[in-house]
Ligand binder design. Sequence first.
Ligand SMILES: C[S@@+](CC[C@H](N)C(=O)[O-])C[C@H]1O[C@@H](n2cnc3c(N)ncnc32)[C@H](O)[C@@H]1O
Length: 387
Amino acid sequence: MTFSCKPFYILRGNAIDILTNLQTKVDCVITSPAYYLQRTYGTSSCELGRESSVAEYIDNLVDVFKAIPLEPWGSIWVNIGDKRGKQGELLGIPERFCIAMNDAGFYRIDNAIWAKESVRIDGTSVGQAMIEPAKRRLNGNGHEPFYRFVLDPRQAWSDTCAVRIPRRNVGDIRYLPDTLMRCHTSLEGRNLTNVWNIPMGQTKESHYAVFPSALIERPVAMTCPLEITAEGPKHRIVEMVPYEEARPSSRGIGRYTKPEDETRTKSGRQDTGRQYVPRKPVTMGWEPDLPAIRRGIVLDPFCGTATSGEVALKLGRHFIGIELYENNVKIAEDRCRQAHLLRREYEARNPMKASTASFDEALNDTMPDEVQFRFDFDAGVPWEEAS
Ligand SMILES: C[S@@+](CC[C@H](N)C(=O)[O-])C[C@H]1O[C@@H](n2cnc3c(N)ncnc32)[C@H](O)[C@@H]1O
């Protein structure tokens, strides 16, 4: 199997400058921008997060998202943290950012919480947050928001089956094996809720504020289509099918056997009195039934060491990362290259199930060089040479 174009690009420079010249449309954006006055990554005056006011920071950030050439079905995931003022008060940066994105025409449709540590009623906890000795308030490091914005809620591409969670008495069908995706998934399981317990990220390299890769897996699987056809991305066709494995008394997602009104009128009962039939989503196929012309592309405009790239490539997508500093670019390229090789090995051992007759051919042999720029950016070592 060969790829005729580089499966990833790490572009060095200021995100807004590169984006205004980016010709390639992307399907999904997953990023954690530099937080406001949190840390310094280098000496460039273009570095985000060094602005003199919160308003200026938010304006600059929203301008970056407005400049992204996003497909109409695209999603933008943003992990953003708050900052405290002189009195210890929260500045409300995530909230202000959401309002500004809304004003810029983006709809926020998912509001996930990255829980680093959550505490049970008995005082035991799941995970571990950084300690924060504060006399008059709580340790504020327990969670961070992870928002999903879209251009059009009805058109936004979502494959919720890819991230469903195991259901009692129903065997798991994982979206991908744990060598490629650590988050446990079950295609016919329950709809995923929006609080995710995930330990903080670590890399061997000296970069602060890295994403944990498990945080990125679900957004990639759920909102970046794997295959794009001439008529847009392929959608999973799902049918809700009754399943026998569920115990008769158990309640869950499902439907009643008769229309509600009919049962009420006949029986005079206020409850429905109908038998509950649990149903699970079963994949029937994919549409449109057309050959894929390219893979879905994930973009991270503040990619750092490219955790989002590593995950995108392991999950079979392509990746464009933008990063201001050369040392991070080098680490990012290395991580992406290794992730791509892992995926390539996996696909060689497990030929992808063809959703169209020409799937393999389209994705692996005739991939057009989709990524084009008006200027010649230094995209690093040529892919073929490096691998
Ligand atoms: C929070 S870190 C991202 C870490 C990344 N998620 C990871 O897993 O490694 C933010 C990154 O944005 C970069 N950055 C800051 N300002 C930038 C700008 N104007 N254009 C491009 N990158 C920028 C920083 O150098 C830093 O690596």
